[in-house]
Write a new protein. Structure first.
Length: 170
């Protein structure tokens, strides 16, 4: 469980450690990884088509990634040592958002036949290449359609973790 204090420590550290022109940063934390998505200025093109704008944003993201690689690696090493989690990076340029080298952590689960049949249907229909891909697809779909509910649930869990942390030591 990631507590509010842990979130504050991590986001505060990155706010102080990142260069001013890399702000604001969206920092997401879980058990294995800290993902930092930086936001940079959008491209300015006169009367661009959607295709030209999308390519310009992708080009700006690619250039930023290459130009900042060493500095990001240095910051990531410090954060990984401090917080004992892998640091991954991403970038937002306008409505273009991309993640670079981020963790794909294996998760084991036990499913009964009705749940396995759902995964098999997705594989057989070509929606997913494997059961693992099908399960990831299902998780993405739930996250997409139930974002408000999941946010409320995470906030409630954080509040519980904060109350537990203030309680008596075991």
């Amino acid at each position: 469980m990631i507590t509010a204090e842990m979130r504050e420590r991590v986001t505060g550290w990155f706010a102080g450690r990142l260069p001013a022109d890399w702000q604001p940063a969206d920092v997401t934390i879980d058990r294995e990884e800290i993902t930092v998505v930086l936001t940079i200025d959008d491209v300015a093109l006169e009367s661009p088509s959607e295709t030209a704008l999308a390519e310009a944003r992708a080009g700006r993201a690619s250039a930023f990634r290459e130009d900042t690689r060493e500095r990001r690696m240095e910051i990531a090493r410090e954060a990984q040592h401090r917080f004992e989690r892998t640091v991954s990076w991403g970038l937002a340029v306008g409505d273009h958002r991309e993640l670079w080298t981020h963790v794909a952590a294996p998760v084991m689960t036990r499913l009964r036949q009705p749940q396995r049949l759902v995964l098999e249907t997705l594989v057989d229909a070509g929606v997913a290449r494997s059961r693992a891909d099908a399960l990831a697809w299902c998780v993405r779909l739930v996250a997409q359609h139930e974002d408000d509910w999941l946010t409320e649930l995470r906030d409630a869990m954080t509040a519980v973790a904060d109350v537990r942390a203030k309680g008596p030591a075991a």
